[in-house]
Design a protein around this ligand. Sequence first.
Ligand code: UAG
Ligand code: ATP
Length: 580
Amino acid sequence: MTQTPGPEAPLSPAEQDGAFRPAHVDPLPWDALLSALETAGQPARVHGEAPAAGLTGAALDSRVVRPGDLYIALPGARAHGAAFAGAALDAGARAVLTDAAGVRLLAEAGRDAVPVLDVESVRTAAGVAAAAVYGRGLDAGPRLVGVTGTNGKTTTSFLAAALLEALGHRSGIIGTILTRAGERTVPSTLTTPESTQLHALMALMREEGVDTTVMEVSSHAVSYRRIAGLRYAVAGFTNLTQDHLDLHGSMDEYFAAKAGLFDADRTDRAVITVDGGEGPRWGLAMARAAQAPVTTLALGPAAPVPGALAEEDPDFRADWAITELTPDGLGHRFTLHHAASGRVLRASVGLPGRFNAANAALAALLVLHAVGEDQLDALEAVLDVPAGEGPFAAAVPGRMEVVGREPDAVVDFAHNPDGMVQALTSLSDARAAGGRTGRTLIVFGATGDRDVTKRPLMGRIAVDHADVVIVTDDTPHSEDPAPIRGDVLAGAREQASRAAAEGRTVLVEEVVPRAAAIRRAVELAGDADGILVAGRGHETEQDFDGVAVPLDDRVELRSALAKRATGRSQASSGGKVDPS
Ligand SMILES: CC(=O)N[C@H]1[C@@H](OP(=O)(O)OP(=O)(O)OC[C@H]2O[C@@H](n3ccc(=O)[nH]c3=O)[C@H](O)[C@@H]2O)O[C@H](CO)[C@@H](O)[C@@H]1O[C@H](C)C(=O)N[C@@H](C)C(=O)N[C@H](CCC(=O)O)C(=O)O
Ligand SMILES: Nc1ncnc2c1ncn2[C@@H]1O[C@H](COP(=O)(O)OP(=O)(O)OP(=O)(O)O)[C@@H](O)[C@H]1O
């Protein structure tokens, strides 16, 4: 299995914003900015004189402003960006784009002598302005492939980029783990960066000769209009299950945010997985809601809820369907069938879990539509290979990453209810296929400052699918970690009592810090058992109220397993340490 290179050390916001910027920007004349805003339906009222020189960048955070930038002052949930306009101007911003409230704040602060543009929707205008500054006409490239859905965006993006490379394209990636422009890789802090950074990245990708970029699109990115001014050649949908209700309030609102990616003025084509997640309800609804031309994908034997599509809509016929799925090594071989032509596409995916066959099928169809449907033969030539070979053999950092065997030890990024169900069931399925019948142990926690309703649910799911449940901290952000664990434990203990009443014993423990919880799982596990450490995946730090605590689940798990192996060999050699 080829290992995708992992990200380097985290960068500061200014370093990261800087890493996204192109080497060269032709200064944008003031009038050109005004006419771009006008054309996009965001005409600006102008306060003050035009700046003496053109604009060479755009930023919506004062802390990342560079000389020559347009500072975009957004109305935020906690503050109005105009409150930081002074700092932005001191850092060299040449002009400010804001709304009427921002104009008032600038006047109150006595900073209204600078050129200020006042628009109706600052977030929409931010994307338009950044597109103009960084010189992206609609056809300027790179070609964009978007991926959205609750789970599977990162994996699908990595697989699609690997397939593009195998077909001879120069690919870019924008997503949760990293941003890659050709050979240049930068670790990410957001799944989808701000609009100013996205347009800078498009220019950087052009400089790096990237022809196609695969980009994760979070629901935050659609709601906060981070994707304003971008147009996708094709956009894909994986699934929708509970998450981010703190931002969206309800599943209907969450669905509506995701559906925004499939508007006719946003993407040329939509590829919709109709039966991912907890069944076909949201996938079918997405296929119907999409305004762009739709290609549908039915997961068939790779669907998490078998037969649910036929139950939901017996008349539905997908354009493409997974018709065969067979275990192959740790991964699967699958066959994709095209209903209209009868053509089949055979492929092999190395990542464990049926859901990774679903991600791979979506990645194949996204690439097919991006490069042209006449490329089907070329696609099949690189995908129809033995397990462990080809572009879909690529490992994705922290996604079902196998860290050890005996016990099987896997690190995964599952951090919401459906992700946990999928990760736990695929671990036991893969182990059962290999004849391993031991217990399942899980170590996990829930994130602070995010959807609180999923916490007890995750506790219940852990008990339903594991024999030993160790609850610890995920990343608490500004919250007190103990009550977060309390919420998860409440769900876990309640479900453990129910399980006990039915004669199934599940051990539930609370262990902190997270490294100790991982060591505890290794201590409790037998050789035939399986350990899943869920929630943090590729992450290398936990955030405790602004204090970054270094922790990499993969490193901790590997080291606990190595100590256990050393302890055993010492015990079997009568306590003597092998000097080699
Ligand atoms: C909770 C949330 O999503 N907040 C977003 C929101 O911030 P906000 O409204 O609270 O902003 P604020 O603090 O009131 O500040 C207002 C403005 O002043 C600016 N400011 C603030 C302070 C300062 O010193 N200087 C300055 O210029 C801020 O950059 C902002 O533009 O608007 C900001 C500008 O667009 C976003 O950067 C910010 O995303 C923060 C960074 C964030 O962490 N978002 C996460 C939750 C997120 O977007 N996650 C999704 C994926 C999630 C997933 O799938 O798991 C993602 O795409 O990464
Ligand atoms: N198609 C899928 N269906 C359900 N669960 C999945 C799927 N793909 C991945 N997962 C689970 O979700 C976790 C996150 O996967 P991945 O990072 O690919 O998704 P994501 O959408 O990018 O998540 P995030 O936006 O939170 O980074 C995986 O570690 C795995 O447990």
